[in-house]
Design a protein around this ligand. Structure first.
Ligand code: GLN
Length: 278
């Protein structure tokens, strides 16, 4: 089988399995297995593919046909121009979450101490420490498996951060200038309606925001005041229909200057607010 046939057959399998981006995914798996780029491909497409590559490729195509997310197959995802390891213990970093990171970077002062609550892969915290000036930070998560991915990611991006296994603020001490979180925010009954990649393979723990999807916002907003400096920022990613609810939770707790920020598709994506004066 020639390289071209190998790529095209893979794409055909994915198409039949209902994968929307079948051309792109077939190519990404092909280039990942063979460690090659487009230029290589055009020069060698009519050559016979090595049998070991073929076997490896079709075994990955088989996984993708089962709707395993591409990133869990290749083990990585780009975020904020950095490379992050991912495993099924963590949510795959989303492009939408870059809006949250940008909102934080705009408000981050040099030397700030940052807490990333529900850090998962660590993508938010690590990006803030990477791009922020002389900032320090802690990532908290209830999952030890997620934290080991986050530690690996800090190392991979040459960032020093502290990671704490904690059920929300239980084990968090000290004071921060910014608290950021992209907590689980999907209402439990909506999870069944998500695409199979998310529903069947991403960690429920990272998705499920309980019956109304707002549990973590209630807890984080209520508990963050006491370890956030006066005038410190709380920055939260939200589901597109949660802005009003999250803003009023924050205002009830005395947060000021609350602001809703939209993503690139114009949907509400982030809510920020300043801690009350103490
Ligand atoms: N903070 C991580 C992210 O944004 C994980 C979020 C989560 O587990 N809900 O990708």
């Amino acid at each position: 089988m020639k390289n071209r046939e190998m790529l095209d057959t893979g794409a055909e399998h994915l198409k039949r399995a209902g994968i929307e981006e079948y051309v792109q995914d077939a190519w990404l798996l092909f280039s990942w297995v063979k460690h090659v780029d487009r230029t290589w491909y055009y020069l060698h497409m009519e050559e016979e593919a090595a049998e070991t590559d073929r076997e490896a490729y079709f075994s990955l195509i088989g996984k993708r046909c089962l709707r395993i997310p591409l990133q869990y197959i290749t083990g990585s995802q780009a975020f904020m121009g950095l490379d992050f390891a991912v495993t099924p213990a963590v949510l795959i970093p989303r492009q939408d979450t870059e809006i949250l990171v940008e909102a934080c970077l705009k408000r981050l002062k040099a030397g700030s101490r940052v807490l990333d609550m529900c850090t998962g892969s660590g993508c938010i915290l690590i990006s803030l420490l990477y791009y922020g000036e002389k900032c320090t930070g802690t990532g908290a998560d209830i999952s030890a498996d997620a934290l080991s991915v986050a530690r690996k990611n800090a190392q991979r991006n040459s960032v020093t951060a502290e990671f704490t296994e904690s059920n929300l603020f239980e084990k968090i001490h000290g004071s921060f200038d910014m608290i950021v979180s992209n907590p689980p925010y999907i209402a439990t009954e909506e999870i069944e309606g998500l695409m199979p990649e998310v529903r069947d393979y991403e960690p429920r723990l990272a998705l499920d925001g309980t019956a109304d999807g707002l549990y973590f916002y209630r807890e984080i907003v209520r508990q963050s005041g006491s370890c956030l400096e006066e005038d410190g920022w709380l920055c939260l990613e939200i589901g597109c229909d949660q802005a009003e609810a999250v803003c009023s939770l924050m205002e009830l707790e005395g947060f000021r200057e609350t602001e809703v920020i939209q993503d690139l598709s114009g949907l509400d994506r982030v809510v920020v607010g300043k801690n009350r004066r103490k």
